[in-house]
Design a protein around this ligand. Sequence first.
Ligand code: HEC
Length: 147
Amino acid sequence: MTLRFLAALSLLAVALPVAAQPVDPIAARQAIMKQNGRDTGAGAKMLKGEVPFSAASAMAIFKNMNDTAKKFGTLFPKGSETGGDTEAAPAVWSKPADFKAAVLKFDADTKAALAAKPATLDAFKAQFITVTGNCKSCHEGFRIKKD
Ligand code: HEC
């Protein structure tokens, strides 16, 4: 009896830390999309000449976006279709192959932008336009904007 109780208690002790920090996939995917928004804003400022072009900033922008592309597709488990003010469209789950293709295209375009190592504003602009084309095309199919 005492032994079984102790065994149960130790199991609980192992299980608790995990349960105490649930990873919320909706919050996680929204947070990395917010970062996408900030990075796009930073890139737009360079294109408009509001801040001087910096090759390091250009690379940081594409690196963040490529990190997003790598993580994003894993943050839509079953059960996260609703709640948390999600703007994800049902198409994410009803057309998984199309959604995956959109994520992979974002990954490929950001990877190509990094490989291009844009060293001038013009070179950055060309990559930035291709990369940010993904925002619009994916949002059209897979996001329902609520505001
Ligand atoms: C492969 C699809 C896809 C791509 C590419 C994509 N988005 Fe999104 N985005 C989404 C989805 C889906 C949501 C809704 C997520 C949710 O609410 O669960 C979203 C939400 C957002 C949000 C709102 C986040 C919040 O909740 O506050 C912003 C801002 C955003 N995206 C910006 C961008 C920008 C900028 C780009 C391009 C650099 C981009 N996205 C590229 C699919 C995509």
